[in-house]
Ligand binder design. Sequence first.
Ligand SMILES: Cc1cc2nc3c(=O)[nH]c(=O)nc-3n(C[C@H](O)[C@H](O)[C@H](O)COP(=O)(O)OP(=O)(O)OC[C@H]3O[C@@H](n4cnc5c(N)ncnc54)[C@H](O)[C@@H]3O)c2cc1C
Length: 245
Amino acid sequence: MKCLDIKMPSDFEEAYALLNSQKKATIIAGGLFLRLQKQTIPLLIDLSDMNLNYIKEIKDGFIIGPMTTLRTIETSNLPSALKDSVKQISGVGTRNLATIGGSICGRYPFSDIDNALMSLNAHLIFYKSGKTSMRDFYHNGLIDKDILIEIVVPKPDFSMIKYYKKVYTDFSLVNVSLAGSDLAIGARPKRSLVVENIDFNSSARKILEDVEFGTDFQASGAYRRALAEALLEDILKERKAFYGS
Ligand SMILES: Cc1cc2nc3c(=O)[nH]c(=O)nc-3n(C[C@H](O)[C@H](O)[C@H](O)COP(=O)(O)OP(=O)(O)OC[C@H]3O[C@@H](n4cnc5c(N)ncnc54)[C@H](O)[C@@H]3O)c2cc1C
């Protein structure tokens, strides 16, 4: 990526005006994925000066700032599925730079974080478009350019994510996240998919029977399915132990 100009606004009004001042003006968060793009961006809007790296606990959940780094999430008291989703993302150096906002706005099919947020049924607040669900945004995006200003994450009694990586810090071949009774399956390698209200009396195989798993250069669909079944079986066992039944 080549960048011709960069501005650091001090509030959302200024950031939004800059974003809409030119067609290709773009928000930069950690910049780790943006910099890999082969394009010239005339104006980058860097939100680093706006104190958006925070996690606030509220009565029934958490509010997270979009510039919150993956390392802050890893060392927080957020629900286990979200906290654990970032633990094997590259090294600590990367996790100190990459942000939750960049992960959400990228809508990456492989994303462990997005999959956790899908299972948790998180809500997103955009500056102009207002509130939308993570599930809707992840699949449909937004029509107009906007800025993610907050992420609202509920606090379920039990949540857990498991993923399989060929080597520690690699991208997941599949990831499975349970929050309450909603299950999200991601890196299939297609986008994360949610199965709501799963039947805890069913086997992992039965729960996943209608979920499609695809083949790419990393793994076959059949292998991904077998992995997902094993990961879900583990989660169901741990849930049983958590509730004592
Ligand atoms: C080496 C490496 C390994 C990785 N491995 C994994 C992995 O195993 N699992 C995983 O889940 N992730 C992985 N990631 C991805 C990582 O978790 C982040 O998703 C990624 O780095 C993007 O975050 P960022 O802060 O760098 O965003 P950026 O690259 O800065 O931005 C990404 C996109 O989001 C937009 N954006 C950012 N913030 C906002 C906002 N507030 N409002 C509107 N738009 C916004 C940007 O314009 C851009 O389009 C890896 C990344 C790297 C570099």
